[in-house]
Design a protein around this ligand. Sequence first.
Ligand code: TYM
Length: 327
Amino acid sequence: MRILSGIQPTGELHIGNYLGAAKHWAELQKEDECLFMIADLHALTTSQNPETFSATTFQKTVELLAAGIDPAKSVLFIQSHVREHTELAWLLNTLTPIGELERMTQYKDKAKKHKENSNAGLFSYPVLMTADILLYKSEGVPVGEDQTQHLELTRLLAKKFNTLYGNTFPEPKTLLVSSGARIMSLQNPEKKMSKSDTPDSCIGLFEEAEHIKRKVMKATTDTEKDIRYNLAKKPGISNLLTIYSLLAGVPIKTLEKKFKGKGYASFKTSLAGILEETVAPFRKKKKELETRELYVQEILKQGETKAHSIASSTMNEVRKKIGLLVF
Ligand code: TYM
């Protein structure tokens, strides 16, 4: 199966991105043909500092490599390096009903949050995402739950294109992890963990042990004492149990038994330990990669070449099918 997924370069990779996406990517690359992309053009839908933006994009590449993306198995590239993404996005824009974009919850949330910069890019963001996916005729897209609505649009546009111009694109499947597709904020477990939220609500994948411990100990729970999974009544502790279970590879039921009668502090201390065990090797790898700039550049150049060769062949086909004048 050909797989494509992407991540925006802004903000440090957090355990939500990891458990909902990057960990899954690292597993998929063992069997499938994988392309992973840093979505720098998507990040421009909110304002970015031109002085630091390219460094941010480079840093995200380092983070993905440190978190387990293997350049020998996967194609890793920067979205803006393959110009065909924007070309296909434009063509797909002409097929996209405005109503479909208006109902996108992420657009509604972001337009509200960034009132001073509610731009057209924010509105047509899911169309660029669709172009990212269809350009490679991807069959599966591993993402967290917050992206599922965007992928419904992708399938709709693939179908519409195929009906109008002949069979061209597969309708890609959304590949969600069975657990962890929506890791919640540590401070407000009703909201998803997000890099744009307050620092205490989010654990970075490369954070130092003492920061992690402090954040976990401060995480919102409830007034009861028992460690029990109940999403409706105990969303905070349920979120922590999910994180623990995924990182340690232990079922939630086993954790409930293990911590029976032990209280939140003991559970949280143990979770902080598991988190540190997970992230310590990532931190080490990231530090090492930060000293190997040319090596990382080379990975991106090779990624661009491989991605571009697929993208240009798709676009040749698309231009002809749409009826653009091609010599
Ligand atoms: P982004 O950068 O917001 O997030 C990257 C990936 O992490 C997942 N994720 C989460 N999973 C579980 N719990 C959370 N709290 C959490 N927060 C984030 C996201 O679902 C995502 O899979 N639009 C995309 C990037 C993109 C893309 C694409 C993805 C651009 N083009 C094409 C797939 C295919 C985004 O902003 O992801």
